[in-house]
Design a protein. Structure first.
Length: 311
């Protein structure tokens, strides 16, 4: 019996997942948040396939450790770019550095993210989770987009989450100034905004040779949320981690979207692991999507992305 759409994601998460043996020798792959968890696993999987990695991380010491580990195991190039995604100036600087040094970008994996139990603001006054999970990845993608179009075919993978189902996106209160802060809804709001802009960007990239998809990489044990207080850390370790999958699985899942030949034309979709899935209704509201696109462009100082690439 088919489950209601609202809970179909439970069955989808248990289905056999797709894999690929395709290689990415020499292809330039940019990954944000690659020092642990999902980002670390996809970096290792891409390295196995011969890709040229650009790892964008906040912690340079951890990033160097990951680079050394990968280069000791694989004969590939791994370059580092330091950026704190709670600071949009850092994001701009990172994009500028990448554009100045690399003539092609074949794969962009937006993985950096966080979950907070208490409301905090960035130096620029943005709610931190919304800034890191949505605004920063949105800005980073847009800044690299023309290069990806110039060197297409290329792929953008937004590491999304079933947590978008928590909701919480309020266009009149993006930074939780009027409401009591809820960490789950804040996280859901950031992931909803991310999904809504995926549909908008996909429309504008139609015919460009660049695809963009959102992927929930599975319920895996990562360090997300471990920057919160000791009580939350204890709860997560005792009651959540035992039921999660090994992070390595997420590396295989994301690699499928980076490399599988059959995914070369697929764009503007949401996947629960490798199973295409219908997001929550609030993440499919295109009127809200158009508005969050405009707001995201305004908050990041970007010009509107025009429909210049249709064929």
């Amino acid at each position: 019996m088919k489950l209601p759409e609202e809970i179909q994601f439970i069955a989808n998460s248990r289905m056999p997942q797709k894999t690929t043996d395709a290689r990415l020798d020499g292809q330039v792959c940019v990954i944000t948040g690659a020092t642990s968890g999902v980002g670390y696993q996809i970096a290792k999987r891409l390295a196995e396939a011969g890709a040229h990695l650009i790892l964008v991380n906040r912690n340079d010491k951890k990033a160097r450790r990951v680079r050394d580990e990968i280069t000791n195991q694989h004969n590939i190039q791994v370059d580092l770019v330091q950026a704190d995604f709670s600071n949009l100036d850092d994001v701009r600087d990172a994009a500028t550095k990448i554009l100045s040094q690399y003539s092609a970008i074949n794969v962009l994996i937006n993985n950096a993210g966080l979950h907070l139990t208490r409301r905090t603001l960035t130096a620029a006054g943005y709610e931190t989770v919304f800034c890191v999970n949505h605004l920063a990845s949105f800005l980073f993608t847009r800044l690299l987009l023309e290069r990806m179009i110039e060197t297409a075919p290329s792929r953008i993978i937004q590491v999304s989450s079933e947590g978008h189902r928590f909701g919480g996106l309020d266009l009149d209160d993006l930074h939780w100034e009027k409401r009591r802060y809820n960490g789950y809804k804040s996280y859901g709001a950031s992931k909803t905004a991310q999904l809504l802009t995926v549909w908008e960007i996909a429309d504008r990239l139609n015919g460009s040779g660049v695809t963009i998809n959102a992927v929930h990489p599975g319920a895996v044990a990562t360090n997300i949320g471990m920057n919160n207080g000791k009580l939350f850390q204890w709860y997560q370790k005792i009651f959540i981690f035992p039921f999660l999958k090994r992070p390595k699985i997420s590396g295989e899942i994301l690699y499928y979207f980076a490399a599988a030949p059959e995914m070369s034309k697929t764009s503007g979709k949401f996947f629960n692991q490798t199973i295409e899935e219908k997001p929550a209704p609030h993440a499919l509201d295109r009127k809200t999507g158009h508005r969050i696109l405009e707001l995201s462009e305004q908050l990041t100082g970007l010009k509107p992305l025009e429909l210049n690439h249709r064929q």
